[in-house]
Structure formats: structure tokens, C-alpha cells
Design a protein around this ligand. Structure first.
Ligand code: ZN
Length: 225
């Protein structure tokens, strides 16, 4: 099976061939002759089952779908689109798993049981249940957040920012954070998520997404109810 057979199976919704490709290719995000991954082709063709099969196999939604948008960026902009919803849902579940992981590590370093982490945006105290993990790229994708950061930089009147464009300043700050923050991850409180990262996390389907996540969590932990 060639890469183009694999991505064609995704576009055609041919689940049998698609499964064969998933088993065959070590990297299921390999680009075909159209510069698309199998997931990209499933998305473009509106193949919901194929998209789900690929997402279950951990296909990346952070690859380019069009010249200027990744699959996840596309999904955020859609309304009433089942595939977009699925992509946002898988992304959110990944985020929760990632958060849990970080909290487990953090708790091991806590000295006292009531120690806590602080929100990487507002520095408020946070607990696991009112926090969400974002990666650095996502943080810098949020226009409301980068706008605020840019204004803060200008207010500093620092010499390294003089005669620099907005993009240059934000790139500089991002680079500084990258060099200082080994984990590349932001732990953000719910208030800051609501204020700056609503669109990054939920796209156009916040309520439906939270309902779906809760349903999945309830099924995974029935004893907690
Ligand atoms: Zn915060």
C-alpha cells in the first residue's frame, strides 16, 4: 500500500483499507502527493467514520489542512459540523490526559498537601479541577492574549522592543518563555481560559463539547457518581 492509497482510503471512507494503512504505516501523518495526511483527506471529504478511526489511532490534527490553517484551526471555525466537533473533542481529551499527567508530577514535588500550583497567566492559585493545560503555541495563537501581552511589552518601554514590529516583539517574548520554561506547557485557570482561550480550546462548540467530555468521563469513572 502506498501513501496515496492510504489517504485515498480515508477520502473514500474505505475503512478496511484505512485500517490496513494504519497497521502498515509507522507514521500515519505522512503527507501524500497533495500535501495532505489521511486525516486531512477524511476531513476534506467529510468522512466521519474514517476521521474517527484515524483520531483513535492518534493521527495529528496539528498538521496543515490548507495553506494557512491546520486541521484543528479549521475545526474551531466550523459550526454544526460533526467532524470538526470530533476533532475538538479528541483534542480536549488529549489536553485532559496531559493535564492529569502534569498534576501527578507536580504533586510529587509538593512538600505539603495544601501546596498548589499557580496559573501561568494570572498567577492565581489553581487546583487540578479548575485548570487546563495549553501548549506554548496555543497560548500564542490567542489574539486576546497576545494583544494584552503586546500592550504589556510596550508599557515596559524596554530598549530591546524599540523599533520592533508587533510580530517581532511577540516572537521575542515567546522565545524567552521557551528558553525559561522547560515543560513547554502552560497550566491555566478557568477564569483565564474563559477570558483568553475560549476559542482555542472550544472553537464554536463549548457547551456541546463539555457535555460530551463529561459523558465520557462518567462512563470511564462510574463509581464517582
Ligand atoms: Zn489565571
Amino acid at each position: 500500500m502506498t501513501v496515496s492509497d492510504f489517504t485515498k482510503a480515508a477520502a473514500d471512507g474505505n475503512l478496511e483499507a484505512l485500517q490496513e494503512g494504519i497497521n502498515t504505516f509507522k507514521n500515519i501523518d505522512t503527507l501524500d502527493q497533495d500535501n495532505q495526511t489521511a486525516l486531512g483527506k477524511a476531513v476534506l471529504a467529510g468522512q466521519l467514520d474514517a476521521a474517527q478511526m484515524l483520531l483513535n489511532a492518534k493521527a495529528s490534527a496539528k498538521v496543515k489542512l490548507t495553506d494557512d490553517k491546520t486541521i484543528i484551526q479549521w475545526a474551531r471555525e466550523q459550526k454544526d459540523n460533526d467532524i470538526a466537533f470530533l476533532i475538538l473533542l479528541y483534542n480536549y481529551m488529549d489536553r485532559i490526559a496531559y493535564s492529569t499527567n502534569i498534576w501527578e508530577k507536580t504533586r510529587k514535588t509538593f512538600k505539603r498537601p495544601d501546596d498548589c500550583r499557580y496559573c501561568d497567566i494570572c498567577s492565581g492559585k489553581i487546583q487540578e479541577e479548575d485548570s487546563l493545560a495549553l501548549d506554548l503555541d496555543e497560548v500564542f495563537e490567542s489574539v486576546p492574549y497576545t494583544e494584552r501581552l503586546y500592550q504589556q511589552c510596550l508599557a515596559l518601554k524596554a530598549p530591546q522592543f524599540s523599533n520592533k514590529s508587533k510580530k517581532e516583539i511577540l516572537d521575542y517574548v515567546k522565545e524567552q518563555i521557551k528558553n525559561n520554561n522547560k515543560s513547554d506547557c502552560y497550566m491555566v485557570c478557568n477564569n483565564c481560559t474563559a477570558r483568553f482561550f475560549q476559542n482555542i480550546v472550544y472553537g464554536n462548540c463549548q457547551n456541546d463539547l463539555i457535555d460530551a467530555v463529561n459523558e465520557i468521563m462518567d462512563q470511564a469513572n462510574p463509581e464517582e457518581k
